[in-house]
Write a protein that binds this ligand. Sequence first.
Ligand code: NAD
Ligand code: DAU
Length: 339
Amino acid sequence: MKILVTGGAGFIGSNFVYFMLKKHPDYDIVVLDKLTYAGNLSTLEEAMKNPHFKFVKGDITDRPFVYKLFEEEKFDKVVNFAAESHVDRSILEPEVFLMTNVMGTQVLLDATLKFGVARYHQVSTDEVYGDLPLDRPDLFFSEDTPIHTSSPYSASKAGADLLVQAYNRTFNAPVTISRCSNNYGPYHFPEKLIPLMIINALHGKSLPVYGEGLNIRDWLYVEDHCSAIDLIIHDGRIGEVYNIGGHNEMRNIDVVKLIIKELGKSEDLITYVTDRKGHDLRYAINPEKIHNELGWLPETKFADGIKKTIQWYLDNEDWWQNIISGEYTEYYDKMYTNR
Ligand code: NAD
Ligand code: DAU
């Protein structure tokens, strides 16, 4: 079995690589990654030592390059994590989101058909469903919830999902799609809420909470996302969408306060800043379908996962120090100074 993992130098893709190398030691895993600001080769250092692993630098929108790779490697399955993934950046510069997330997906779908790949899996997001009101805790996203996007990021992910479904209906492409809620865990890029708050708190820097911090996200430990994708690419039904989430809804302000408490810092670090434009209020996944069909259940409770995650950032300062010293500083200033 040979699996192409695109975007495998990013947060979830790299966790998926480690998950698969451990769970299926006889599988060959090839990562294709452009190494944008969010991709980091040092994340894959351990994987590089494994003879079943190979890294290829390249862009999923580069059709000739992708075709050549598919022709040479003869993949059995493709799992597409490669994407521009940060909502705030999509508000600053939408174009690259459409290029990578939509056009890149199309190139991978064409390559899947052309080279007879048995399964193409699209890693999508609950953000394609838009948001839920804060005062209706009884509502959840199911696979039938209409697509209704808020940001250029989510619109580009929704565009990709629609294309994946169209390729299935029109060309019989052997596809599956998963839509997961917010992940957290090791190798999470510091621009996202949880690692940003951990790293700022460690530096005694202010903790920028958007609006009043009342927006709700449904947090899932990254390994649980990986185990769900593993099940889907083996036993998921072709043409189907599977929602992934662990019923762990939290207000942003409560997540931030928990991190502060775990690190023994002061809540005085919290600074309420101008809200994100178009800010989605609440995400909440109904994961019944993947549970009933594939027997998936999350293993890590948030109380344990957040402790493990904080410990990982304490133990791996080299990893994030490297990142926050580069392009990240420029981005941080643009996004947060005078906000
Ligand atoms: P990330 O930003 O950490 O990683 C993205 C990776 O894709 C990086 O390694 C980057 O170098 C690579 N990449 C970007 N453009 C590329 C291109 N044109 N060609 C090849 N590689 C390219 O993202 P993440 O948080 O790991 O998310 C991975 C996927 O999961 C995305 O598709 C995202 O939409 C989806 N998702 C993320 C979450 C979450 O909470 N982070 C939740 C649900 C779904
Ligand atoms: O739901 C899945 C999505 O989760 C994925 O598709 C995205 O790729 C991923 O980035 C994530 O999107 P969010 O926008 O929910 O994640 P982010 O970490 O950017 O923000 C989480 C919440 O925290 C959100 O309500 C905005 C808020 N926030 C974020 C940052 C970076 C703050 O209050 N302050 C901040 O500095």
